[in-house]
Design a protein around this ligand. Structure first.
Ligand code: CA
Length: 220
């Protein structure tokens, strides 16, 4: 899952990014409304955390522009406590949820996860079953034959990309895009490294390589 944070308070933005990365998300951060709109409109993010008071273009405008262009990415708006901004106005422009500053980090993560779950195949269970694997995308846990397998946050994120589209081929660039953020400019073959670790931990028969196309998680 790849998130975009649009927040001009740099320390806040960076600490949010750090925390969300520790949860296994890929996170891009920008500090200005125009840049936020440009990136969000690329359509590669699974959720946008959007501040309202921003240089360039304010959060309401960013949100309204995205919705007007047909983007339905979930948007969590951050608003100041002073009541200067009206929740109703934000929801009017198409935000999915609201958080008033100052907020607790734990609450932010819970809201982010709730929005992603809500979006995930129309309220479907966050627990994915693929053959002998049970992937709990909310608790970030995976079991094979009822036994829990310990994965790092990144390993889990790669598995999640494959599990949400089990049986289908998922391309390497797609996995990179959703699991690593745009600050990553290393070797795209990093995906292969993670896939081979996942095979070692979950069973070699679980992930097939489809030459030239990508990977497929199969119910073996
Ligand atoms: Ca701000």
């Amino acid at each position: 899952m790849r998130l975009l944070i649009v927040e001009d308070e740099k320390r806040l933005a960076l600490s949010l990014a750090k925390g969300l990365r520790a949860e296994g998300f890929a996170v891009d951060v920008v500090h200005d409304g125009n840049e936020g709109l440009r990136l969000a409109a690329e359509g590669v993010h699974d959720l946008v955390v959007l501040d309202i008071m921003l240089p360039g273009l304010n959060g309401y405008r960013v949100c309204a522009a995205l919705r007007a262009a047909g983007h339905d990415v979930p948007i969590l708006m951050l608003t100041a406590k002073d009541g200067e901004y009206d929740e109703a106005e934000g929801l009017d422009t198409g935000a999915d949820d609201y958080l008033t500053k100052p907020f607790s980090y734990v609450v932010l993560v819970a809201r982010v996860k709730a929005l992603l779950r809500r979006r995930g195949s129309a309220g479907a269970s966050p627990v994915l079953r693929v053959g002998r694997l049970v992937v709990d995308t909310a608790a970030r846990r995976v079991c094979r034959d009822e036994t829990e397998v310990t994965l790092t946050a990144k390993e889990f994120a790669v598995l999640e990309q494959l599990a949400t589209r089990a049986g289908q081929v998922v391309g390497k660039p797609e996995i990179l895009e959703h699991v690593w953020d745009f600050a990553y400019d290393g070797d795209p073959n990093i995906v292969e490294v993670y896939v081979s670790t996942l095979r070692r931990k979950l069973g070699t028969d679980t992930i097939q390589t489809v030459r030239g196309a990508g990977y497929r998680l199969v119910a073996s």
